[in-house]
Design a protein around this ligand. Structure first.
Ligand SMILES: [Zn+2]
Length: 65
């Protein structure tokens, strides 16, 4: 019962194989870049400018507090 074969996952962003282990600190992503992209921090400013219809959509639903 000794599986020394490393687990390989695919990076959700670019799809390249990533070793699931200490060698891949950003797993399941291949790199920090892909991780940031997934978290939405990569284009943080762009996203905020592009679309933020979240605040002006509440006509007093639960904002009255
Ligand atoms: Zn990647």
């Amino acid at each position: 019962m000794s599986q020394e074969k490393p687990t390989i996952v695919n990076c959700p962003q670019c799809g390249i194989p990533v070793v699931w282990g200490d060698v891949s600190p950003f797993r399941p992503f291949c790199s920090k870049k892909c991780q940031l992209i997934d978290l939405g921090e990569w284009a943080d400013e762009e996203k905020r400018i592009a679309g933020a219809p979240d605040m002006s959509d509440s006509d007093g639903w639960s904002e009255d507090n």
